[in-house]
Design a protein around this ligand. Structure first.
Ligand SMILES: CC(=O)CC(=O)SCCNC(=O)CCNC(=O)[C@H](O)C(C)(C)COP(=O)(O)OP(=O)(O)OC[C@H]1O[C@@H](n2cnc3c(N)ncnc32)[C@H](O)[C@@H]1OP(=O)(O)O
Length: 422
């Protein structure tokens, strides 16, 4: 069976906002709706029945089990447009694009939207198991006395909500603690991390000044730009920040780590025929993608390094070398994880020690995250993939030809890579 080419034909996102700032009153549906509405307006999709909308949020309330379909029903798309929720930690946005892309490739649908959202300001709290049990039992009790007895059974501390900390259940460490171990294990210096962080902000500031984001980001809830972007940062300021995760000997700080963030993004994918029929130019094609997992319980330093393996397998299938790309979009969860990943890809000895056949090639740093990365834009987990695909597709479209490389690490020791081509 012949497969179809998967074209990226549109994108839209709302500005990303640090948690508890511009979107402190909004939930997942509000943010996603704003992003989808911007996409629908820009590409005149009102009233259209699309093949499918797929995406997700890494963290949802229990009432949001069909978040994407619920949100689609609130847009002006034809309500006959089906939708589904996907979740794959920080890879969610890319996985959604792969899911929609594969259906287009197989001819099952001719167009679809891949989307992602994260409303960290509206994050659900857990309750203690003792409180949950007491409430469920109280609900079953017939008499007021019985209900009261159950409600009085938990201790005072059991009534306290349990906040989200982002810990890895298998290790009990948060991402920053894991990445602190990564930085030490792979000898990533504080200076290298701060330099990468500064470059991310400088590149994004320049891109905003040049109007690169004008047709990509629609203002929402009073915000018109990513509010994590700093124009006042410098190596001096970054070098003075205190370590965030290892207070004594650490190198990860608020400046070289992403903050918790609210935001949403959406990407419009289609077959070439649908793009032509709807008068939309093909910005770029998705040509390859690969998902990998990695052991990180024994090897705590490797939690966010699964893209190392994804890239090796993907490049082999594509018959390419890591040096063969015009642009590289590598998700900057932390500067240290980007630098460790690149170090392994580029260094033969380290690559072999890690389990690769050999080094994958060199990355020209002037081609890396040229419009800023997650350290500047910030990182609403499930929305980051859409931001990255859109940025790379636009870069390739403007260039008129070429190839771009995407790499995103994710919680639970997973990672995804993708190739876009024009
Ligand atoms: C989920 C997945 O699947 C995979 C992934 O992507 S992993 C990534 C997941 N993300 C995380 O784990 C988030 C990690 N981040 C955090 O926990 C927190 O942001 C953090 C602990 C690193 C910092 O939190 P914080 O201390 O509250 O930061 P914040 O108060 O904003 O900043 C501290 C200081 O640094 C300064 N600062 C921050 N960035 C700066 C910069 N670029 N330049 C100069 N100064 C900066 C701030 O101005 C602030 O200074 P003051 O104290 O003088 O106000």
């Amino acid at each position: 069976m012949e497969t179809k080419k998967v074209a990226i034909v549109g994108y839209n996102r709302i500005p990303f906002a640090r948690m508890n700032t511009a979107y402190s009153e909004q939930g997942n549906q509000d943010l996603l709706l704003a992003s989808l509405n911007g996409l629908i307006d820009r590409y005149r999709l009102k009233g259209k029945r699309l093949g499918e909308v797929a995406g997700g949020a890494v963290i949802k309330h229990i009432s949001e089990s069909n978040l994407i379909r619920e949100t689609v029903m609130n847009t002006t798309l034809d309500p006959a447009t089906p939708a589904c929720d996907l979740q794959q930690a920080c890879d969610t946005g890319i996985e959604a694009a792969i899911y929609i892309g594969n259906k287009i490739a197989l001819g099952q649908i001719d167009c679809g939207i891949a989307c992602g959202v994260e409303a960290m300001s509206n994050i659900p709290f857990e309750s203690s198991p003792r409180l949950r049990k007491a409430l469920l039992k109280a609900n079953k009790e017939k008499s007021a006395f019985g209900k009261l007895k159950q409600l009085l059974s938990p201790k005072l501390k059991d009534w306290m909500p349990i906040p989200y900390k982002g810990q890895e259940p298998k290790t009990g460490l948060v991402m920053g603690e894991h990445t602190e171990i990564t930085a030490k294990y792979y000898n990533i210096s504080r200076q290298e991390q701060d330099e990468l962080a500064l470059k991310s902000h400088q590149n994004m500031a320049k891109a905003y000044d040049e109007g690169f984001f004008d047709d990509m980001v629609t203002p929402a809830f009073g915000l018109d730009k990513d509010n994590n972007l700093r124009r006042d940062s410098s190596i001096e300021k970054l070098s003075q920040l205190k370590p965030a995760f290892d207070k004594q000997n650490g190198t990860l700080t608020a400046g070289n780590s992403t903050p918790f963030t609210d935001g949403a993004s959406a990407v419009l994918l289609a077959s070439e025929e649908w793009a032509k029929a709807n008068d939309l130019p093909v910005l770029a094609y998705i040509s390859f993608s690969e998902l990998a997992g990695i052991e990180y319980v024994e090897n705590k330093q490797d939690l966010l390094l699964a893209p190392v393996f994804a890239a090796e397998r993907m490049l082999k299938k594509a018959g390419m070398n890591l040096s063969d790309f015009d642009y590289y979009e590598i998700h900057e969860a932390f500067a240290a994880q980007v630098l460790a990943t690149i170090k392994i890809w580029e260094n033969d000895e380290l690559a072999k020690k890690f389990g690769l056949e050999k080094a994958l090639g060199k990355i020209d740093r002037s081609k890396l995250n040229v419009k800023g990365g997650s350290l500047a834009a910030a990182h609403p987990f499930a929305a980051t993939g859409g931001r990255i695909i859109a940025t790379l597709a636009k870069l390739l479209h403007e260039k008129g030809s070429g190839k771009g490389f995407i790499s995103i690490c994710a919680a639970r020791g997973q990672g995804v890579t993708m190739i876009l081509e024009k």
